[in-house]
Ligand binder design. Structure first.
Ligand code: SAM
Length: 247
């Protein structure tokens, strides 16, 4: 997986400007994280640090950004060097966090990590590692993509397209192409059902707290109109959940 994202650092960062991200994914994920003031946070699959920087800006005590891609972390570190916020970054897989984690965290934030797990075994290892790096009562807040189940919906107005095969099974890969002004790029995600994430929370000692689906900010509705967002809201392909580490 590291190799997949290594050449895509700038393109992935540019995709953060797409309307579905600006007016839906990003505010939704930040809302899920809640009040960050004073918290020790780990941002898993931090990429080039998009959410990591937002988390620190929102008043976290400290943030560690972790990603398996060397190039993503290099870009994150160069942004930290040019605009220092006191964020730490490390190259590490979320299936083996003990390499970099010493203290326990109040909060683990992750956007689109779980879609990178190629099978249930890898996914289960991620959940176990996350649970073990949280304090008792600490929270996991995760945003996941669920595009694999939406073959009939055209998401291209929002900036992405998916090539979905019929009968997509648990763990099967599917491609997502992001449609950017300077050229498209494609990533591979893996299909995991929402119930799989829920089960793995419980199996790893996390109390699942429920699903939330996409919303759109009033600024997004003002800019594009209600009709534009109808398919986005009617067939959500991004979901969020939180879970708390049991005592
Ligand atoms: C879709 S990007 C999301 C980046 C960032 N969270 C965001 O929303 O901007 C997925 C990221 O997961 C990272 N990744 C994939 N497998 C990983 C693993 N096992 N451990 C840590 N990071 C991983 C990739 O390198 C990539 O940066």
């Amino acid at each position: 997986m590291a190799a997949e994202y290594d050449p895509l650092t700038l393109e992935y960062f540019q995709s953060k400007q797409l309307p579905f991200r600006v007016f839906s994914e990003i505010p939704d994920h930040m809302e899920l994280l809640g009040d960050l003031r004073g918290l020790r946070v780990i941002d898993l699959a931090c990429g080039e640090g998009f959410y990591t920087r937002l988390i620190q800006k929102s008043g976290a005590h400290s943030v560690l950004g972790v990603d398996v891609s060397y190039e993503m972390i290099e870009l994150a570190k160069s942004k930290e060097a040019s605009e220092p916020q006191g964020i730490e970054y490390a190259v590490c897989t979320a299936t083996n966090l003990s390499q970099v984690v010493i203290d326990k965290f109040d909060l683990a934030s992750t956007a689109f990590l779980f879609n990178c797990a190629e099978d249930r075994v890898e996914l289960a290892a991620m959940f176990r590692e996350i649970a073990s790096c949280l304090k008792e009562g600490g929270r996991l807040c995760a945003t996941v993509g669920d595009l694999g189940h939406r073959p009939d919906v055209d998401y291209s107005p929002y900036g992405m397209r998916t090539e979905i095969r019929n009968n997509l099974q648990e763990g099967h890969p599917y491609q997502i192409t992001f449609l950017l002004p300077d050229g498209d790029f494609t990533i591979t995600d893996f299909n995991h059902s929402l119930s799989t994430y829920q089960q793995l929370c419980e199996e790893s000692g996390l109390r699942f707290e429920g699903w939330q689906t996409c919303t759109v900010t009033s600024a997004g509705i003002e800019k594009y109109g209600e009709e534009f967002w109808e398919a986005w809201l009617a067939s959500p392909c991004i979901w969020r959940f939180s879970a708390t580490k049991k005592g």
